[in-house]
Design a protein around this ligand. Structure first.
Ligand code: 4FV
Length: 248
């Protein structure tokens, strides 16, 4: 996978992509991440990339020209990208389903905005997807770009070692993950649930599924509607409802 990131602050990316899983994936050549400075495509002598808003109002707007020129350069030197993503609050909310969708793409371009926003002609004529990482306003699109790259790249085959499975994790089938434990069996009097020490794989599978359902029911019931529930899941949830009814 190739990811081209258009930003005014390439130095912001030095940390997150130079450590751990993403760093190894880049070293293994599974992922290629290129930081492209938008200011390099400013055509005016002061190399400005923003200007005052037409119609007045506070703040500045990122100009269209440097971004159009940057995309021309990418097309000429790296081929036509599969997706051109603008990170902005107006975008569709990023989640595991969107991450999985993007992880199947070969060439991504991410545009990091700043100021009040970006000239709308960029969204209209250059961008294939607008993505938001949440309903709050950030100073720039760099942090959202890092979030998207991290969540997407770890789903690219070969990035997560065989020990770590992206298949058994939160949101994979729309549910929250079951609780994890490791040595020691008892710490400061806090014991690991017996079933996990039993070696009884079917009971362990059932216990974990039940925990995922209970946690999702407790803290993210909104997820249940979109989760891929099995008949077994429905039986478990029904027995939980019975238990709750018996308590009240
Ligand atoms: C944002 C978000 C976000 C808005 C103005 C950058 C800022 C400035 N991007 N999810 N939330 N962007 O707040 O993606 O251009």
């Amino acid at each position: 996978m190739m990811v081209d990131i258009l930003t005014l602050f390439p130095e912001m990316f030095s940390g997150p992509f130079d450590a751990s899983i993403i760093k190894r994936a880049r070293e293994k050549g599974i992922i290629e991440i290129n930081l492209i400075n938008i200011r390099d495509f400013s055509r005016n002598k002061h190399r400005t990339v923003d200007d005052t808003p037409y119609g007045g109002g506070a703040g500045m707007v990122m100009a269209a020209e440097p971004l159009f020129e940057a995309l021309d350069w990418i097309r000429a030197h790296r081929g036509v990208p599969d997706r051109v993503i603008l990170l902005c609050p107006a975008g569709r909310t990023f989640n595991q389903r969107v991450a999985a969708e993007l992880s199947r793409v070969k060439h991504l371009v991410l545009i990091c905005g700043h100021y009040e926003g970006i000239d709308e002609r960029v969204a209209e004529h250059l961008v294939t997807d607008e993505i938001s990482i949440g309903d709050y306003v950030l100073t720039g699109g760099e942090l959202p770009a890092m979030v998207v790259v991290d969540a997407v790249c770890r789903l690219v085959p070969g990035v997560l070692g065989e020990r770590a499975s992206a298949l058994e994790e939160s949101f994979n089938d729309g549910l929250l993950e079951y609780p994890h434990y490791t040595r020691p069996r008892e710490y400061r009097g806090y014991r690991v649930p017996e079933v996990l020490l039993s070696g009884h794989h079917e009971q362990i599978r059932l216990w974990r599924r039940r925990q995922s359902l209970l946690r999702t029911l407790a803290s993210r019931p909104d997820l249940l509607a979109g989760a891929n529930l099995t008949d077994e899941d429905r039986k478990i949830l029904a027995s939980v409802m019975e238990e709750i009814k018996s308590l009240i």
